[in-house]
Ligand binder design. Structure first.
Ligand code: SF4
Ligand code: SF4
Length: 142
């Protein structure tokens, strides 16, 4: 979904978005059991606040084993959807090295090219992707 602004090469060797600490584990995606269709969150058993644990769907050599079936939240990361009273707003994770190079104008253009509509539709189907506002995000005025 973000191929026009994010290449595989930029993500290779980074994978920040597939690893979590105790502080940011709220970012971990909701996964789906493809047999039962049940949604669940993977368990992350941190031993210390500094420990970094990988998403169980991450193969360190091949990347996400879910491929095109990865959760919507992962498909649009480092964009994140936040609640804004009765609406939504879109934030960009400042921690993503690739997106930190992109201007607001370019990202707003990307969203207006159909992505924002796709996100709004997904929010209706899966309201759990809408998060409460958080530090560490650059908000876009769209
Ligand atoms: S943090 Fe950004 S650059 Fe790194 S893997 Fe995730 S999307 Fe790619
Ligand atoms: S589901 Fe895939 S893309 Fe999403 S965090 Fe896990 S490994 Fe990364």
């Amino acid at each position: 979904m973000l191929k026009s602004v994010l290449t595989k090469e930029q993500c290779a060797g980074c994978r920040i978005c597939c690893s979590f600490t105790m502080e940011d584990v709220w970012e971990a995606p909701v996964l789906t059991n493809f047999q039962t269709k049940e949604k669940y969150r993977a368990e992350y058993n941190f031993k210390t606040s500094e420990e970094i644990l990988l998403c169980p769907m991450l193969n360190e050599k091949e990347g996400c084993i879910l491929g095109d079936n990865k959760p919507f939240e992962c498909k649009i990361w480092p964009l994140r959807v936040f609640r804004d009273e009765n609406h939504i707003k879109i934030g960009i994770a400042k921690i993503c090295p690739a997106f930190s190079e992109q201007s607001d104008e370019k990202l707003i253009e990307l969203l207006r090219g159909g992505l924002y509509d796709a996100i709004k539709e997904e929010c209706k189907r899966n309201p759990e992707i809408v998060k409460e506002s958080a530090d560490g995000y650059r908000m876009l005025k769209i």
